[in-house]
Design a protein around this ligand. Structure first.
Ligand SMILES: O=P(O)(O)OC[C@H]1O[C@H](OP(=O)(O)OP(=O)(O)O)[C@H](O)[C@@H]1O
Ligand code: HPA
Length: 184
């Protein structure tokens, strides 16, 4: 799929499919080295992290486990409400586990800040964050992110798991939408 398939909906591509897979290989190598000899649980945050979780897990050589959470902080629009609710919890007891949260995007940081606190309260050995995209200029909280795919400008983005009103998650690259899409 390329930009033409989404017609006039796309404004520009910020990160190509090739850039994503090259960067994921680098991040996976770092994770393999950092967790060598230790158990590792990847916690993917639905729905956006599905793509990065699937690709990162396959790029890792580490025999890790995987689990999923769903939380809600964005409604149908483009700004975080800051109020986080658990829609689906982990099936794993993470006491004494090394947890690596896998995300598609850190924007204001409110969701991850809340999630890290929530998971830490369950007694894990460690909790770290891996995100495909971070927007440094959008951060509202101090958040320690160990693995970052790309630092991008403060623009609303779609693709590679990221949606606008539940669409565009299936784009294999990351880009921005044309203004008219928001006015529909
Ligand atoms: O840093 P923040 O401003 O808190 O934003 C980040 C959160 O927003 C996105 O999820 P979203 O609520 O859009 O749900 P989705 O993954 O189901 O699309 C993303 O996956 C993070 O969980
Ligand atoms: O830029 C974004 N795009 C899609 N979903 C998001 N959730 C937080 N930031 C974003």
């Amino acid at each position: 799929m390329d930009a033409k398939d989404m017609g006039a909906d796309l404004e520009k591509i910020l990160v190509t499919e090739d850039q994503i897979s090259a960067r994921l290989a680098e991040v996976a190598a770092e994770i393999d080295a950092d967790y060598a000899g230790r158990d590792l649980l990847l916690v993917g945050v639905l729905k956006g992290a599905v793509m990065v979780m699937a690709d990162l897990a396959r790029a890792l050589h580490h025999p890790c486990s995987m689990d999923w959470m769903a939380v809600s902080s964005y409604g149908a629009g483009t700004t975080s409400s800051g109020v986080v609710r658990i829609l689906k919890d982990l099936e794993t007891d993470i006491k004494d586990c090394n947890v690596l949260i896998v995300e598609d995007v850190i924007d204001s940081g409110l969701t991850l800040s809340w999630l890290v606190g929530n998971l830490r309260s369950r007694g894990p050995a460690s909790v770290e964050i891996c995100t495909m995209v971070r927007k440094p200029l959008a951060l509202d909280v101090d958040l320690n992110v160990r693995y970052v795919g790309f630092d991008l400008p403060n623009e609303f983005i779609v693709g590679y798991g990221l949606d606008y009103a539940e669409k565009y998650r299936n784009l294999p690259f990351i880009g921005t939408l044309a203004e008219h899409v928001y006015q529909r």
